[in-house]
Design a protein around this ligand. Structure first.
Ligand code: SAM
Length: 287
């Protein structure tokens, strides 16, 4: 397939995707096959088959999820709020185009509605067809695909959801507004009494500013805010953070009730992931 993308280059060792992480950091992945690529109205979408990480979703040249480690992130952002909430029935996912989060949420029998608001239908179609290791070919009747801007959708929702998960790309392009205080305020209003909001809050190593800002903004809205972390190999620096806001006191004993089929998450992970390294705790305190 012709190298139509600016993000790929070919040398004597083959085809490479180079992710321009930061001014002085680039990460390259050797690619076996360009499975899909398309310029959507929102971003450049690729599904690549890589030697070391299997198939991967790449948006505007940035690796979003892979068949090798996508389950870590998707399980961590889903099972923690869905286990800590006493009776999650209505779930809202903002973003989540690879369908991995919706796939995990559909493991909960008491969940009767999963609204997934994804701005780019191209991403969903590409992942359902070409990234089954992450999307699972999702076909659950409880999942409502709503193709539109999550910011607009949040403005129109009121006290409707038990759990809201913001599975956004990095705070650039269409996802930039998904990190704004006004967005979190609207999501707070969209939650029912006792509702829980989780959002991915970037790397504690390379994006501590975004992590802190997200934590402070959530803390200004929710009576109970916690940060938890996991290591996701494909994300820069490995360590990743998630910020959880709850309208009600959290019953931590609920972690004992986890029994879903998972590759990464178990009771121990649920109980320990909120234990943070000292530098992260110091960061959050503004030290
Ligand atoms: N789990 C991976 C991660 O955290 O990087 C993948 C996240 S998922 C692919 C991110 C999704 O957010 C993309 O499909 C993107 O199209 C979608 N997105 C970005 N901005 C959005 C917005 N304003 N409203 C709804 N979806 C948006």
């Amino acid at each position: 397939m012709k190298l139509m993308s600016d993000y790929l280059h070919e040398d004597s060792e083959g085809i490479w995707l180079t992710e321009k992480e930061r001014d002085n950091l680039r990460i390259s992945y050797r690619i076996k096959e360009i499975v899909f690529q398309h310029q959507s109205p929102f971003q450049h979408v690729m599904i690549l088959d890589s030697f070391d990480f299997g198939r991967m979703l790449v948006l505007d040249g940035v690796v979003q999820t892979t068949s090798m480690d996508g389950h870590i992130y998707n399980e961590m952002i889903s099972h923690i709020p869905l286990t800590l909430h006493p009776d999650p029935q209505k779930v809202l996912i903002i973003g989540g185009g690879d369908c991995g989060v919706a796939r995990e949420a559909s493991k909960y029998e008491n969940v009767n509605q999963i609204d997934m608001v994804e701005i780019d239908e191209t991403v969903v179609k590409a992942c359902l067809e070409h990234l089954p290791a992450v999307s699972g070919g999702l076909a659950d009747p409880r999942v409502n695909f709503i193709f539109g801007d999550g910011v607009e959708f949040a403005r129109r929702s009121h006290e409707k959801y038990d759990v809201i998960i913001v599975d956004s790309s990095d705070p650039v392009g269409p996802a930039k507004q998904l990190f704004e205080l006004s967005f979190y305020e609207n999501l707070f209003q969209a939650l029912k009494h006792g509702g829980i909001l989780v959002c991915q809050s970037q790397s504690p190593i390379f994006h501590a500013d975004v992590m802190n800002e997200t934590y402070q903004r959530m803390s200004s809205l929710f009576p109970h805010t916690n940060l938890y972390s996991a290591v996701v190999p494909t994300y820069p620096g490995g360590m990743w953070s998630f910020t959880l806001g709850s309208k009600a006191e959290i019953d931590w004993q609920r972690t004992e009730m986890f029994q879903k089929s998972a590759v990464y998450v178990n009771k121990g992970i649920l109980q320990r992931c909120f234990q943070l390294p000292q530098f992260v705790k110091d960061n959050l305190k503004g030290n």
